[in-house]
Each structure stands twice: as structure tokens, then as C-alpha cells.
Write a protein that binds this ligand. Structure first.
Ligand code: G1P
Length: 290
């Protein structure tokens, strides 16, 4: 796909508290769904849109991410000499991408994580992907958002309708529907259900323009005492249009145990090598549970 967007920021400095103790010493972004870590799904989704420059915002205990995208000489040599060319090819398929790692020294929130990338993004539009929001790879959400960006040249945010009782887990927007989009007029980070302007939740895919950096630089801490991207967008929408795009495919909250299990089951059922046996196992299991 042809796009003027070249860079993706992948925040990966969060503490992953919902997945402790698994995420005590290893990053949440490295949790695998079937055979690939969450962050690799995010990278592959961006590559399918023509993005090849990645800025990964890391923190303490996140070195495994760098190792994952690095060359593993010994392992590769072993695979080569034992004729495992197929796995070798799979391991090397991301070798062409450009990766930069920035360490967020203090866990000050998503807005602060994005701000850390400012010196490397400069004056370009960019994509932000939150790896724990996993999108079904068959559904080209990011491509659809990029098409809107190329037409409007304004920030575009992915949205999903969530139950009212869950709005306090998300950034929520208020907006007016315009065709298949929402023209956003307000955003609130993790509102109480009774105070929420809608049930349209922000999902971890954003196309942003560099003006956001100037706002983030002055942004005061918001919900949870953190510098929130949603709060910066709330200021930005007063100056420039921001569009919301309601997702049409499946999204999994893989940062949550139940969402992670659902993603694992669905991805395993679509996996060519596993699906037959796994389906058989699930059917037997369900019969026993009845
Ligand atoms: C972040 C954002 C929130 C958004 C959510 C999507 O929250 O701050 O606005 O709705 O991602 O997953 P977090 O999940 O990091 O608490």
C-alpha cells in the first residue's frame, strides 16, 4: 500500500500488571499467541501498510524485545546445518525493517512514552500501535485508517463500542457520525460509566500528526497520575479535526487474561498446522464440560 506514513511508534514500557507474575521479569509484549509474540503481530500489521521504520519505547526488563528482533547467529547456524530452512526463513523475514529503541526512564504513561519518540519522528505523521490490542490479521484496520488519513490529513483513531460497564478501562470519545467515521469533539480517559460521554472506546491504533508533541510537552498528569495521550488529544481536537474509525473486524485485549485466551484459541484455530488437532481437542473438551 502507498502511504506517506513511514514510521510506527510501539510503546512497550508498561509494567504489565494485569499479567503478573508472568510479566515480572519479561515484557508483556513478548507474550506469545501461538508462536509469535504480541509485538511481532504489531510489527507485521504495520509492514502490511508499507511502514518499515519502527521506534520501540522500552523500559526496565524489556531487553528480550531487542533480542527478539536481533540476529541469533548460533541458532541460525544450527537451523542451517540441520536443514530447517523453513523456520530459518520465518526467523529472517523481518530482517529488512529499521528498528530504534528508546528507553522511557520513568513509567509516566502513554503520552510520555510517545513524547520520548519526538526527536526521531520530527515533522512527520506517524502510527502508534499498542501491541496488547491484537487485531485479527485478516482484517486490514490500519490500512483503512491510513486511507482516511491520506484523504483528510488529520489524526485518525480506532474506535470500538464497549459495554457501558467497561468504559472506565478506556479512553472514550464524544463525536458526530459522518459516514463510516466519527468527527470527534471530546475525549475522556477512563471515565466513570455514569459520567462517560459515550461507549465508543479508543483502541490501540492511532495515526497522529507531529503537533501532538508540543501539547504532550506541556501536558499535566491525568488519570492514574500519568501523562495521558487522550488528554493531549482532547487539547488537539480544539485546534484540528480528529476522526474516529469504528473497527469492523475482531479485536482482542491480549493484555487481559481472558482476552489473551480468546486470541490464543482463535489464532490456533486458524493455524494451518494446529487447527485440525486443536479443534478436535476443543470439541472433546466442550462435550465433557456439558
Ligand atoms: C490506553 C489508552 C486508552 C485506550 C487503551 C486502548 O490505556 O490510555 O485511552 O483506550 O490504551 O487499549 P491502557 O490500556 O494503557 O490503560
Amino acid at each position: 500500500m502507498k502511504t506517506t506514513i513511514k514510521k510506527a511508534i510501539l510503546p512497550a514500557a508498561g509494567l504489565g500488571t494485569r499479567f503478573l507474575p508472568a510479566t515480572k521479569a519479561s515484557p508483556k509484549e513478548m507474550l506469545p499467541i501461538v508462536d509469535k509474540p504480541l509485538i511481532q503481530y504489531a510489527v507485521e500489521e504495520s509492514i502490511s501498510c508499507g511502514i518499515e521504520d519502527f521506534i520501540i519505547i522500552t523500559g526496565k526488563y524489556k531487553r528480550a524485545i531487542e533480542d527478539h528482533f536481533d540476529t541469533a547467529y548460533r541458532l541460525e547456524e544450527k537451523l542451517r546445518t540441520s536443514g530447517k530452512e523453513k523456520i530459518l526463513k520465518e526467523l529472517n523475514k523481518l530482517n529488512h525493517i529499521n528498528l530504534a529503541y528508546i528507553r522511557q526512564r520513568v513509567p509516566m504513561g502513554l503520552g510520555h512514552a510517545i513524547l520520548c519518540a519526538k526527536p526521531f519522528v520530527k515533522n512527520e505523521p506517524f502510527v502508534v500501535i499498542l501491541s496488547d490490542d491484537v487485531i485479527d490479521p485478516e482484517y486490514p484496520l490500519l490500512q483503512e485508517m491510513i486511507k482516511i488519513y491520506e484523504k483528510k490529513k488529520c489524526p485518525v483513531i480506532a474506535l470500538e463500542e464497549v459495554p457501558r460497564s467497561e468504559v472506565n478501562r478506556y479512553g472514550i470519545i464524544d463525536g458526530r457520525q459522518e459516514g463510516n467515521m466519527y468527527r470527534i469533539n471530546n475525549l475522556v480517559e477512563k471515565p466513570k460509566p455514569e459520567k462517560s460521554p459515550s461507549n465508543l472506546a479508543i483502541i490501540g491504533r492511532y495515526i497522529l500528526t507531529p503537533e501532538i508533541f508540543n501539547i504532550l510537552e506541556k501536558q499535566k498528569p491525568g488519570a492514574g497520575g500519568e501523562i495521558q495521550l487522550t488528554d493531549a488529544l482532547k487539547s488537539l481536537v480544539k485546534k484540528t479535526p480528529i476522526y474516529g474509525y469504528l473497527i469492523k473486524g475482531k479485536r482482542y485485549d491480549a493484555g487481559d487474561k481472558l482476552g489473551y485466551l480468546k486470541a490464543t484459541v482463535d489464532f490456533a484455530l486458524k493455524n494451518r498446522e494446529l487447527s485440525g488437532d486443536f479443534k478436535k481437542y476443543l470439541i472433546e473438551k466442550i462435550e465433557k464440560l456439558r
